[in-house]
Design a protein around this ligand. Structure first.
Ligand SMILES: C[S@@+](CC[C@H](N)C(=O)[O-])C[C@H]1O[C@@H](n2cnc3c(N)ncnc32)[C@H](O)[C@@H]1O
Length: 352
């Protein structure tokens, strides 16, 4: 289990609750809510119909566990068509500016005439700069500032352009061990228009020895899996991520490389994984200071052995300073260092 306790409201959610007047609406669409109780609370109040859109499987599964009706809970790379247009859209600020622009471009055409969009987020995440950025879409007012957060309301005055997802796709190409792989990315998906230094190091160590069923944990753009399938024809790929944007990019990456994965799996950690693998490979989630991501990766390492076939291998790349070797040693009884360079280390361990 990752994330916040079930009864806690994050600071942005507390600011929304404090300004309940701004939430008086008939139809509310909540975009990228946090992993807390805000949506169940809002739904229970019963005054408005509440729909939710998230790209996080962590959030989707928690909200579903908390009783949010599946029919009102959308997970994917796009917000599905709304039967009736929402008159209020609440957007939680996201760290990536490009992903924020993507969410706004997708949300605004859905809003009913005379509707409003509320943007809430932590001051430390740069919410204040969005007052100006939102102004390109219409009139913006600050409603409140408290709990280290700010809440803005946008009343659109400009007719939004229709949302077209292909406009948001980017791609890059890499050659490693004489194998050329193309990768498609979308806003918010890990990597920066080129192969990550750590991912490159991981692929460089993959000269031989990969066959059978391979799971890529935290597949991002899908570049690792697509490369593996081209380098080792015949491998059976299982590609997993929590993030719907990553999974959409992964499907596209597989398509343009003519690679056919066995499964593309939406999962929080290893929760939705069945079966056993010849190899599990990963550049696991890591963001300095983001506690839930350490927890996700540490739990993944602890559980990985039970998902490996006899003699199956775990191979991961990580920032060298992260204390993963003691965890891998505790689980597998050993932890080999294959290469250490540019601040990254590739580790390997075998099941028996
Ligand atoms: C460092 S990126 C690696 C991406 C890709 N494999 C690469 O090397 O370019 C880690 C990935 O883990 C995913 N992730 C984060 N939290 C997760 C969770 N709880 N369960 C599954 N995947 C998660 C992120 O969405 C991200 O795509």
């Amino acid at each position: 289990m990752t994330g916040y306790g079930m009864n806690v409201l994050t600071n942005p959610s507390q600011l929304l609750v404090k300004n309940s007047d701004a939430l008086e609406a008939e139809r509310i669409l909540v975009v990228q809510p946090e992993n807390d109780n805000f949506v169940p609370q809002l739904s229970q109040q019963g005054a408005a119909s509440v729909n939710v859109y998230t790209t996080s499987e962590v959030v989707r599964s928690r909200l579903s566990d908390l009783g949010v009706n599946e029919a009102c809970l959308a997970y994917g790379e796009c917000i599905p068509d709304q039967k009736e247009k929402p008159d209020t859209i609440i957007v939680y600020l996201q760290k990536s500016r490009e992903f924020m622009n993507y969410l706004l471009a997708m949300s605004l055409p859905l809003l009913s005439d005379n509707g409003h969009l509320l943007l809430v987020g932590e001051n430390s995440s740069g919410i204040k700069s969005w007052q100006k950025r939102l102004a390109v879409y219409g009139d913006v007012e600050k409603i409140d500032s408290a709990r280290h957060c700010s809440l803005y309301v946008l009343t659109p005055t400009v007719k939004p352009s229709p949302f077209v997802i292909v406009d948001w796709k980017a791609s890059f190409e890499e050659v490693l061990h004489d194998v050329c792989v193309k990768a498609v990315t979308l806003p918010g998906v890990f990597n920066h228009g080129r192969l990550d230094v750590g991912t490159r190091l991981l692929l460089e160590t993959m000269e031989a020895g990969f066959k059978g069923d391979i799971l890529d944990f935290g597949c991002g753009s899908g570049v690792v899996g697509a490369w593996l399938a081209k380098r080792f024809p015949g491998v059976r790929l299982f590609l997993l991520d929590n993030d719907a944007m990553a999974l959409a990019a992964t499907r596209e990456t597989c398509r343009i490389n003519e690679v056919d994965p066995v499964a593309v799996i939406a999962s929080d950690g290893l929760e939705n994984v069945r079966g056993r693998f010849n190899a599990i490979v990963s550049n696991p989630p890591f963001h300095e200071g983001v506690k839930t991501q350490y927890e996700t990766t540490e739990q993944f390492l602890r559980e990985s052995k039970s998902l490996l076939k006899p003699k199956g291998r775990l191979r991961i790349v990580a920032n060298s300073f992260l204390r993963y070797p003691p965890i891998i040693e505790a689980v597998f009884g050993h932890c080999h260092v294959l290469v250490k360079r540019d601040g990254f280390t590739v580790y390997e361990a075998f099941n028996g």
